[in-house]
Design a protein around this ligand. Structure first.
Ligand code: FMN
Ligand code: SF4
Length: 407
């Protein structure tokens, strides 16, 4: 029987999230105290050794990312709380249930890169989360627990692309939220051209426990290549639409049937989309794939943000993918041609196929377009947008075939 393991959500529903005293009583801010006696280099090595990898989608080693930040007078720590991915609400839960864990994690990072200014970029649709965070920051400042580290919260305006780290930086600077060319990466030239660490909420929220219990402890949990836990949000045709935290070697089947309680009304499962809108569609035959980043990638899927969207046997896959294509057409920022035109054409062709008016030639055109986009688009939005189309063409080709027969 698979079991939850709570590192990031260890205080959830156990402490009053509005009380810094509750957090401190439960051991909060002791990790920050501990790192103050550590040289930044040793702290970075400890985080590297834990093999904590980014929980915002790209899965990059956090300590390694911090080690790229060059020495210099000004550097920034930025937390990505944009969370615009449909079906994803884990970062909101983490912050609502235990905001000080995030603040402590960010302060640990600030010590590692030896700088004192941080920003939290929060999704525009979460004004109540901004309020909650500002209260927690004010409490932490008045108690002096953050030392000289200062954090400001900045709000987005509802654009999905602003979760991409360089578009996010542009947005904080007050510009239109469009991704930048990389390199240079933010670690070298980020906010106002200065070295900037951008990490996801969940990545930062892992840090206090890693420091308190040690990198060795953390690296032994879950899948060896992507250790620790993952916070997942379940939605769709599932009995329990819940937020859970599980070791990374948990399988998709365990997530759906043991934590999610299976499919309602005695129906069968058709597909699971993991990782958000751009995530791959996993067929029922591949449910034993573990959820960790590498196992997912090796099977042709994505862990992404950890959104788990379950579809039962009655769902029309081509119709769902058509709606996803519309989402990407709407959210493309338009800066680069392959995505601006590609997402538009994808939606156009998907609509035609979905309406039973498509041809084999349309399917071939769509496939080629998707393959070009994955290589030619400037940022992850355009590169990942074809994922649902390509994986459904691979695993659910009969659904496309059925629509073509109508034409
Ligand atoms: C279109 C798009 C949207 C993204 N949205 C988010 C987001 O909402 N939250 C997030 O942490 N990362 C998001 N990312 C990934 C970030 O660019 C970046 O990799 C991440 O914040 C780094 O943090 P991590 O290393 O801790 O995962 C997005 C990427 C793309 C391409
Ligand atoms: S890939 Fe899409 S979202 Fe990204 S820069 Fe190009 S147009 Fe904008």
């Amino acid at each position: 029987m698979a079991e939850e393991m709570r590192i990031v959500l260890r205080n959830a529903d156990k402490i009053d999230p509005k009380s810094i005293d509750d957090y401190i009583t439960s051991g909060g801010y002791s990790a920050l105290e501990k790192v103050r006696d550590m040289a930044p280099k040793d702290l970075i090595n400890e985080v590297k050794k834990s093999n904590l990898r980014g929980r915002g989608g790209a899965g990059f080693n956090a300590g390694m990312k911090w080690s790229f930040v060059p020495p210099g007078e000004v550097k920034y720590v930025v937390c990505n709380l944009d969370e615009g991915e449909p079906g994803t609400y884990k970062d909101r839960i983490i912050v609502q249930k235990d905001p000080h864990t995030l603040l402590e994690g960010m302060a640990i990072c600030a010590h590692a890169i030896d700088y004192r200014q941080g920003y939290i970029y929060c999704r525009g649709e979460y004004p109540y989360v901004v309020e909650h965070l500002n209260e927690a920051i004010a409490q932490a400042k008045s108690r002096g627990v953050l030392g000289e580290f200062d954090i400001e919260v900045r709000m987005g305006a509802g654009a999905y692309v602003c979760g991409e780290e360089t578009a996010l930086i542009e947005s904080i600077e007050g510009h239109r939220g469009e991704p930048r060319f990389k390199p240079p990466f933010p670690g070298v030239a980020g906010l106002w051209g200065k070295p900037t660490v951008v990490n996801n909420v969940e990545t930062f929220a892992n840090l206090p426990e890693i420091i308190n219990k040690g990198a060795e402890w953390y690296s032994q949990i879950g899948a060896p290549g992507y250790p620790g836990t993952k916070v997942l949000t379940l939605s769709g045709d599932i009995v329990n639409s819940v937020c859970i935290e599980v070791p990374t070697n948990t399988t998709v089947r365990e997530v759906v049937y043991e934590f999610g309680g299976g499919i309602p009304n005695g129906k069968k499962l058709k597909a699971v989309q993991i990782g958000g809108t751009s995530g791959a569609f996993i067929p029922a035959s591949m449910l034993d794939t573990p959820i960790d980043f590498d196992s997912m990638r090796n099977a042709g899927f994505t862990l992404g943000t950890g959104a788990v969207f379950v579809m039962d046997e009655t769902r029309d896959i081509v119709d769902i993918v058509t709606r996803i294509s519309k989402f990407f057409e709407h959210e493309s920022c338009g800066k680069c041609n392959p995505c601006r035109e590609g997402t538009f054409r994808n939606y156009e062709i998907m609509k035609k196929i979905n309406a039973g008016q498509g041809s084999l030639e349309d399917v071939a055109k769509l496939k080629t377009l998707c393959q070009v986009m994955t290589r030619a688009c400037l940022c992850g939005l355009g590169q990942a947008a074809p994922g649902p189309i390509l994986t459904t063409m691979q695993h659910f080709d009969y659904e496309y075939g059925r629509k073509l027969l109508l034409s």
